[in-house]
Write a protein that binds this ligand. Structure first.
Ligand code: COS
Length: 385
């Protein structure tokens, strides 16, 4: 399918492909096995200007948008769905600053993130507040020119390895989600520490850990947007970032499809390559169709976000929902085509299947995506009346 990509976009794909093939492929098994964070790949991505691909040039970035970010993430995830998160999760932590930061905040944080000198993370989820993002318990109490943060965030991607975090905390518990505010918190701030490092099923090269705030004092200047706007900051950030998860899922699915086609061509049973059997051909045909449909939706959504189309919650959720379900289906089918070998760690498809699973869960479960899509649909229908 021709998506009429610009020369620049094609160059981004080539750059990401080269890093994925030459640098990520040789270490992906070890990173997965040991749960190692790939700092050397962060360096490669920084040198290729990919860490700042979605950040405007005036803040030291490449000047692309969500589309360029998605193209890079997709390509990297064809080889490894976890390693690319150093980039994708940094984008998630950076979007609140890009969308709601003051000029001063942007100038302070974006150039270092764009250069890949520091990574970012996004702290919304808590032990008792996952899908119900409005039930945040972490508090931020005003204290003169500061806020004092107390609480725990969990399952934070890039947790521990990032230097800059966007944190959602309640400044007024009595107001529910309208009492939440967003803050920038830097690693090393007294009272801010890291808790349990998670031992995960998949995306094991990505760092995931708890963030703990104990009387953590941060300056008023670190408030993002106005007090009480934290829930909206979080929702609009997720609208912007869900195509990124979708592109991660798309990359994993496309990578598994490539592996399955190659294997089906070489694996012989009953004296014939298994690719000659209709049962396998039909599976491959379905997988390819699902991948292409996911790609079309992800690219269309990313382009809509970059064009500033309003009300993107619904399509953004659709792209994440469809691409992640595709990733789960396609990777499971890839394992099936590999048969017993697919179940073994010697082949990459079992890892792809493990990596795919998280895309149906994080940045909002796919059940929540359906809620978002349905609400958007109903709201728009009501407006037409
Ligand atoms: N853009 C702008 N405003 C939004 C919005 C969006 N995408 N989504 C919700 N809002 C607004 C609503 O319009 C509402 O405003 P008013 O109070 O003025 O009416 C307010 O925010 C509260 O919205 P709502 O009542 O829909 O909130 P709920 O508590 O019912 O929760 C969901 C809504 C479920 C969509 C939200 O909690 C959610 O996204 N949960 C999943 C969180 C998630 O993705 N977690 C993963 C971890 S982050 S990596």
């Amino acid at each position: 399918m021709d998506y009429f990509l610009t020369d620049e976009q094609k160059m981004i794909i080539e750059l990401a492909r080269k890093i994925a093939q030459e640098k990520i492929k040789p270490i992906r098994e070890q990173c997965d096995e040991k749960g190692e964070f790939p700092w050397e790949i962060v360096k490669e991505l920084s040198q290729a200007d990919l860490m700042g691909i979605y950040i405007p040039q005036e803040y030291g970035g490449f000047g692309g948008g969500v589309m360029e970010l998605c193209l890079a993430v997709e390509e990297l995830c064809k080889v490894d769905g976890g390693i690319a998160l150093s980039l994708a999760a940094t984008a998630l932590g950076t979007f609140p600053i890009m969308l709601f930061g003051t000029e001063e905040q942007k100038k302070k944080y974006l150039p270092r993130i764009a250069k890949g000198e520091v990574l970012a993370g996004f702290g919304l989820t808590e032990p008792e507040s996952g899908s119900d993002a409005g039930a945040t318990k972490t508090t931020a109490k005003k204290d003169g020119d500061n806020y004092i943060l107390n609480g725990t965030k969990c399952f934070i991607t890039n947790g521990g390895v990032a230097e800059v975090y966007t944190i959602i905390a309640m400044t007024d518990k009595t107001k529910g989600s309208r009492g939440a505010s967003a803050f920038i918190v830097e690693k090393g701030t007294p009272g801010f520490s890291f808790g349990k490092k998670e031992n995960k099923m998949g995306i094991r090269a990505s760092a995931t850990c708890e963030l703990i705030f104990q009387d953590c004092k941060i300056p008023k200047a670190n408030l993002l947007g106005r007090e009480g706007a934290g829930f909206i900051v979080a929702m609009k950030t997720l609208d912007q970032s869900r195509p990124g998860v979708a592109s991660q899922a798309l990359g994993i699915a496309a990578g598994a499809l490539d592996e399955a086609v190659e294997y089906a061509k070489t694996r012989k049973q009953f004296n014939h390559p298994i690719s000659s059997f209709q049962g396998i051909q039909h599976m491959l045909a379905d997988m390819a169709t699902q991948v292409e449909a996911a790609r079309a939706l992800v690219y269309a959504t990313a382009r809509a976000v970059d064009k500033g189309v309003k009300d993107i919650s619904g399509v953004s959720a659709m792209s994440k929902l469809f691409a992640s379900d595709t990733a789960m289906k396609v990777t499971t089918d890839a394992v099936q085509i590999f048969g017993g070998y697919g179940y073994m760690k010697e082949y990459p498809v079992e890892k792809m299947m493990r990596d795919a699973k998280i895309t149906q869960i994080y940045e909002g479960t796919n059940q929540i995506q359906r809620n978002v899509i349905a609400l958007d649909l109903i709201k728009k229908a009501a407006r037409k009346k």
